[in-house]
Ligand binder design. Sequence first.
Ligand code: IDP
Length: 138
Amino acid sequence: MERTFAMIKPDGVRRGLTPEILSRIARKGYRVVGLKQMVIPRETAETHYGEHRERPFFGELVDFITGGPVVAIALEGENAIAGWRAMMGATNPANAAPGTIRADFATTTGENVMHGSDSPESAERELGLFFQPSELLE
Ligand code: IDP
């Protein structure tokens, strides 16, 4: 069993995609062990995307991700980290496989609806950044 951090970004929440995304998670068979809608504090966003700090799009990315509510989700399931990345599709929706969330619901790399941790290390770090231990189910 693995846990991963998934997040519906502000564009997805604004467009009313939350029920669609939660439905896909349920149909896949992942267990939701943490769930909350929140506006991300700027400092948290800068930490979360710290690896992109030197990239030209960093400011735009932090403005976007803090610009409206997100839905933070802790997922549990067999191979959930890679499995959730596969369900999201490639970062650039133009390269995302048909049937993935980004292919089905997004057109731009900047506003691509979903986040998912890319490794066990980032899953642990991101779950810790967004959830208190008491907010996660056993
Ligand atoms: P990922 O979200 O698929 O893991 P990363 O390369 O880690 O992709 O990038 C994190 C996020 O930063 C992307 O999901 C996207 O929102 C944003 N991003 C990445 N590259 C660009 C870009 O070239 N322009 C604008 N935003 C970008």
